[in-house]
Write a protein that binds this ligand. Structure first.
Ligand SMILES: [Fe+2]
Length: 273
């Protein structure tokens, strides 16, 4: 089998990062995808603040790159800031109409590897001690509101939607056990990637970054790679044989380079399998 080069990136935030006098973020990403001669691209969520825009970006990248562009929605992708769709499950179903959406649909690469993924969610287990569940359920502290409380409505609690995503991952990993697997979530699956303490605001908001439950799945199913996003870090961590990758483009104010192309070159991680 020939080696396959898979590019990994997340948190493009194309709407917030675009500048009128520069190529779009998706054009910049396309340039890097072509430069690096990638065979597949994985985007671990947060393309934009509107599901319809996020889907349009995915289709554009798929069409212009000519390679599979695999994706799981991030929390921002479930927002509908331009189109006002209130029902998050309706948005969830819209994402599934995109062929590269991994949610409930593991993707088999030509070389026998399987890419399994969904958004994952937060259940407050990444939260720091000293806060109660009731305080986390407020999704508001220190004059800041966690914006998912305004734009996402699963009609169930955060711990329950986490449980839903966890059980789907578990089922799909079981179905493909024995095969080499890349698991993709948007939410953090391991506390290594939390915001380090002490921190004035993240002492509360770490609770909304993911769940400590997911890491056990890597171990139980021998997952080779765990991809995630959400926290706007660029870090890797080897967790007992699973290579964890967080490759977030993040917001322009967090960038170190002048242009999106340069920043994406620094940010993108490449897995060769
Ligand atoms: Fe996010």
């Amino acid at each position: 089998m020939n080696a396959v080069n898979i590019g990994v990136i997340s948190d493009l935030h194309v709407d917030l990062n675009e500048q009128p006098d520069e190529p779009s973020i998706e054009e910049a990403l396309l340039q890097v995808v072509l430069e690096r001669k990638l065979d597949t691209l994985i985007i671990a969520g947060d393309i934009s603040n509107d599901a319809i825009r996020s889907i349009a970006v995915l289709k554009w990248l798929r069409e212009h790159s000519g390679i599979p562009v695999l994706f799981i929605p991030g929390n921002h992708d479930y927002w509908s800031k331009d189109n006002g769709i209130k029902d998050t499950w309706e948005i969830y179903k819209q994402f599934q109409t995109y062929e590269g959406c991994l949610v409930e649909r593991p993707y088999a690469l030509d070389n026998g590897w399987i890419v399994i993924g969904n958004s994952g969610w937060y259940d407050y287990t990444m939260g720091e001690p000293g806060y109660s569940i009731e305080q986390f359920e407020q999704m508001h502290a220190m004059d800041r509101t966690w914006q998912d409380s305004l734009y996402v409505d699963w009609r169930m609690s955060n711990p329950n939607i986490h449980r839903y995503f966890y059980e789907r991952l578990e089922k799909e990993l079981e179905q493909h056990s024995g095969k080499p697997v890349i698991m993709v979530t948007h939410m953090l699956t391991h506390p290594f990637f939390k915001v380090p303490m002490p921190h004035p605001q993240w002492s509360y908001f770490n609770a909304f970054l993911g769940s400590t439950d997911y890491a056990e799945l890597y171990q139980r199913y021998g997952v080779k790679y765990g991809i995630m996003g959400h926290v706007h870090y660029r870090k890797t961590h080897n967790f007992e044989g699973t290579e964890l990758i967080c490759a977030c483009l993040g917001y322009r104010k967090e960038w170190r380079q002048e242009s999106a192309v340069q920043e994406i070159r620094d940010c993108i991680q490449i897995i060769t399998i």
